[in-house]
Design a protein around this ligand. Structure first.
Ligand code: HEM
Length: 240
C-alpha cells in the first residue's frame, strides 16, 4: 500500500469512529455538563447583587468558606483554587471539542451547503454552538485568569473591576456567547443521552433559559456599573 492510500485508509477509519472517539465524546459531555451546571449556579450567585450589596456580600462570604473561619469572613484563596480547577475543566473540554471543528475551507462550505439545504433546526443549533465555542476560546480564559490572579470579590471590589477596570466590555461579549453555548450544549447532551425525546419541548426550555439568563446577567452588569460610577478611587471594600 503506498503512502497516499494508507493516508486515505487512515482517514476513512478515523471517520468511522474509534474507542478513543467514543471516550472523547463522553469526556466532552461530562465536562460540558459540569460547566453548564456551573454557569447556571454562577449567574444566579452573581446576580444576587440585584437584591442589594448586602445580599451579594453574604453570598460571596458563604462561597469563600466563611462558615469555617472564626471571623466569618470568606477567603479569596478558595476562589483562586476553584478558578484553577474550572480553568482545567475548560481546557479539557476545549481540547476534546477541537476535533469537531471543520478544519478546512471545503468542510466549511459543505457545512453551509448542508445547512442551507435541509434547514433542520438542530443543524443550526450545532452551527451556533460552534461559533460561540470559537468566541469562548478567546474570552473565557481572560475572565478565569483574572479570577485566579485577582480573586477579590465583593459589591465594591466587583463594581470596581466592572466599571473602573472596564471588565463590562468583556462581560458584554462573554455573557451572550457562554449562555447560548451552554444552553445549546445541555439541550444536545440531554437528547444524545436519551434524557427525553421531546425535542420541541426541550428546545422551548433552552430558549426560555437563554432569554432568562441573559436578562439577569445584563441587569446585574448594569447594577455593577451604577455602583461603580458612584465609587471614588481608591475604593474601600463594602462591609455591612
Ligand atoms: C471559578 C471561576 C469563576 C469565578 C470565581 C467567577 C466569578 C465572577 C464574578 C465575581 C463576576 C462578577 C463581576 C466581577 O467581579 O468581575 C463574574 C462575572 C461573569 N462571569 Fe464569572 N467566574 C468564574 C468563571 C466563569 C466562567 C467559566 C464563565 C463562562 C465562561 C463565566 C462567565 C461570567 C460572565 C458572563 C460574567 C458577567 C455576568 C453578567 O453579565 O452579569 N465565569 N464572574
Amino acid at each position: 500500500m503506498n503512502s497516499k492510500s494508507m493516508q486515505s485508509h487512515h482517514i476513512h477509519y478515523a471517520s468511522l469512529g474509534s474507542p478513543w472517539s467514543a471516550k472523547a465524546d463522553k469526556i466532552q459531555s461530562a465536562t460540558g455538563i459540569m460547566l453548564g451546571c456551573f454557569l447556571l449556579a454562577h449567574l444566579h450567585f452573581e446576580s444576587s447583587i440585584l437584591l442589594g450589596k448586602e445580599a451579594f456580600y453574604h453570598v460571596v462570604q458563604f462561597l469563600e468558606g466563611g462558615l469555617f473561619t472564626s471571623s466569618g469572613h470568606g477567603m479569596p484563596i478558595v476562589t483562586k483554587v476553584f478558578s484553577i480547577f474550572i480553568m482545567l475543566v475548560v481546557i479539557v473540554h476545549a481540547a476534546v471539542a477541537l476535533r469537531r471543528f471543520p478544519a478546512q475551507l471545503g468542510q466549511w462550505r459543505a457545512l453551509r451547503r448542508h445547512m442551507q439545504g435541509i434547514k433542520h433546526k438542530d443543524s443550526h443549533a450545532w452551527f451556533w454552538q460552534l461559533v460561540t465555542g470559537f468566541i469562548l476560546f478567546f474570552l473565557a480564559p481572560v475572565h478565569i485568569f483574572t479570577m485566579i490572579t485577582n480573586p477579590e470579590i465583593g459589591p465594591h471590589l466587583s463594581a470596581e473591576r466592572v466599571y473602573h477596570a472596564n471588565a463590562w466590555l468583556l462581560y458584554a461579549l462573554l455573557l451572550p456567547a457562554v449562555v447560548i453555548h451552554a444552553m445549546i450544549g445541555l439541550y444536545r447532551v440531554a437528547l444524545k443521552w436519551g434524557l427525553t425525546a421531546n425535542r420541541r419541548g426541550l428546545r422551548k426550555v433552552a430558549k426560555i433559559l437563554i432569554i432568562y439568563l441573559i436578562s439577569i446577567g445584563v441587569l446585574s452588569l448594569v447594577s455593577y456599573l451604577i455602583i461603580g460610577r458612584e465609587l471614588t478611587l481608591p475604593i474601600t471594600p463594602f462591609v455591612p
